[in-house]
Structure formats: C-alpha cells, structure tokens
Design a protein around this ligand. Structure first.
Ligand code: PLP
Length: 353
C-alpha cells in the first residue's frame, strides 16, 4: 500500500537500507556521551542547516515531537503571554497547551477560507504578548499561511518573537527562516522518516529570550538543552537511530529549492485534477489560504467512502479527514518522499472522480 496519509506518512524507500546500515555500523548501541555520537550529531545539524538554508547563527535542537515543542515554547521562551491564531485541530491544540502553562495566553480562531492580516494582529496584541504563534501549514484541513506573508509580520512586530509550526512543511518548502524566531517540525511528515524525532530551530533572538527565563528543573528545559547542544548533545538519551536516519535523508535530498519546486508543481497538478473532477472539490477555495503540502478534498460522505475504496483497489491509502472534517474530506499528503509514479497514480484517480 502506498500511503498518502499526511503523517505518519510515506517514508523514503531507502529507509530499509539505512536501517540495515545503522545496525551494521554499530550505531544503535553507541553512548550519547561518546565522541562518535557528537560527530554524528554535529554533522547532522550542519547538514540540516546547509540543506534547508537555515542561517548559520540559528540554533537547532533535537526534541521528541512537535507536541513537545508546544510545551517548550511556553515554558522556556515566554514569561506571561503568547498570542495564537488557529483554524484547525493542530493550531488549536497548540493554543490549549500554551494556555495550560501560561493562563494569560490569547487565542483567536478564524475561518478556513480566511487569512489573518497584520492589521488584525495589531488590534489583538497586548503589551504582555511575547510570542506570536502561527501554524504555517494546518495539516488537519489543508490550509496555510503563504510564506511571503511572514516578512510583513516580521516588519510589523520587530519586538515580539514569531513562532511558526511547520511540522508538515519543513523539508518540503523552502522556508524563509530569517523572518521568524522559532520554527519546528517532526520527522514523520515532509522528512519522510518514521515518527519519533522533533526539531526546534531558534534565531539568536529566541535563544537570548530563552536564556532569560528560569526554566530549570524540567525534562527539556531550554537552558539545559542549550548547554548540551554546545557539545552536540541532548539532555536525555536520544533516538540515535533517528538522528542517523535524518543524516541519511539530508545527504540524499536535493537542494530545498529543488524540492520546493517539485512540491509546488505537484500541488498545482493535484488542485487542477480536483477542480476538473465532477464529484469532488477542493475544501479550501481561497487561493491565499490553500496548502501546497496537504490537499484536502471535500465530497459527500458516500463519495468519500467510494473514493477510499477505489483508491485501495489500486494500492493507495488516502489520508482520512481530521476532526470536524472526518466524514466529508480526505487528505492527500504532497510530501517529497512520494515517488513520481505514485503521484501519477493518484492524479489518474482524481481525474476519474
Ligand atoms: C503532525 C502535526 C503536529 C504534531 O506532531 P507530533 O510529532 O505528533 O507531535 C503538530 N502540528 C502540525 C501542524 C502537525 O501536522
């Protein structure tokens, strides 16, 4: 079965071989305080920055998931209040985690066909707001903040930190890292790896904020993480296997500009196919709001059932709808690990529907 689920998602076919190699190279039992680990970790972070175009002065940390990053952001980078905009399940969950940690957290929901203007944020923000939090790609309903809008946000709010959930776009799109301070992802989406590793990318400004807050005594306290990563290490025993797999993926991956172009041209093909189909339609009609890495397709529940069944017959597993969209949508992961022939198979189905 070829899975088009947007996470956990299709892993790169080479993963099978890399797992074997990890075992043979004896990497699975190395100590996370050893020279060998330090070298693997250093070269992985160095290559990540190089391949994804992350500025040299940014800090990259290993965590265990995107969900964990939600907690770390409120616990380590804010004292009083973060400000959230959400239109789907992941953004909303981030807001809820944040509110649990900092009760003064502000959150505003918006419609799936809408976008949030800078002017609107100027009205909502307070003198206590330290971080503006946006879900760049909302995996649950296939919406996104266009990347070219981040620059305007940066210019309008030079004082606050800007945090961006890119769990389902990092390593798929060329992200403008210099326009925000906190970026994160987990590897089971666009990285094409099995779940179990999160990444947190921080600007020098975010690091400076983090060092001001006393967040000691916690599992992934930023201060502790920061002192460990200077030695390329983590606070806890990490999944060395995942770090190894991440290195391997990065090593084989083309430049992010090239990946970005592939993702965009496939996105256009998917959108055209759905728009030309008769029984299905795009859930997101607004060009400014529709995602490039997760395509949500809407239809009646019976058509959705039929599509899933027909897809299965040709070996394709469609992504289920999520949350309130469970019955009347399916989702197509437009992630780089999907191969050209698999994309062609998917497009043929869409054209038929
Ligand atoms: C998948 C996803 C998450 C959660 O990721 P975990 O690794 O399961 O914690 C958070 N945000 C978005 C946008 C996601 O797609």
């Amino acid at each position: 079965m070829i899975t088009f689920f947007p996470g956990p998602s299709r892993v790169y076919p080479q993963v099978a071989q890399w797992l074997q190699e990890a075992y043979q190279e004896g990497i699975l039992s190395i100590s996370h305080r050893s020279q060998r680990f330090n070298e693997l970790s250093e070269k992985t972070i160095t290559l990540l920055k190089q391949k994804l175009n992350i500025p040299a002065d940014y800090c990259v940390l290993y965590t265990s998931s995107a969900t964990e990053n939600w907690e770390i952001i409120s616990q380590s980078f804010a004292q009083k209040q973060t400000l959230h905009y959400y239109n789907g399940s992941f953004g909303e969950r981030w807001y809820e985690y944040a509110k649990h940690i900092l009760p003064a957290t502000l959150g505003f929901s918006f419609g799936i066909q809408e976008t949030i203007a800078v002017e609107r944020i100027k009205q909502d923000i307070t003198t206590d707001t330290e971080i503006i939090c946006i879900t760049q790609n909302e995996t649950s309903n296939g919406t996104q903040w266009k990347l070219d809008k981040l620059q305007a946000l940066r210019q309008a709010f030079p004082q606050q930190l800007i945090a961006v959930d890119t769990t389902s776009s990092m390593a798929g799109l060329a992200l403008p890292f210099e326009t925000a301070d906190i970026w994160y992802a987990s590897v089971q989406k666009c990285f094409g790896l099995p779940a179990g590793l999160g990444l947190l990318v921080l600007s020098p400004k975010a690091v400076a904020h983090g060092l001001q807050k006393d967040d000691g005594g916690r599992y992934n306290s930023f201060k502790k993480m920061y002192s460990n990563i200077k030695k390329w290490q983590t606070n806890y025993t990490p999944s060395v296997l995942h770090i190894y797999l991440l290195y391997k993926v990065l090593e084989t991956m083309p430049t992010i500009q090239e990946v970005h172009q592939t993702v965009l041209s496939r996105a256009i093909a998917y959108k055209n196919a759905v728009q030309n189909a008769t029984s299905i339609q795009l859930l997101i009609q607004n060009e400014e709001a529709i995602s490039d890495t997760v395509i949500a397709v809407a239809a009646t529940p019976s058509v959705i059932e039929k599509c899933k069944k027909e897809a299965k017959e040709v070996g394709i597993l469609l992504g289920n709808g999520y949350g309130e969209w469970k019955e009347n949508t399916f989702r197509i992961a437009n992630f780089p690990a999907l191969q050209d022939d698999e994309v062609a198979l998917m497009l043929n189905l869409l054209k038929k529907w």
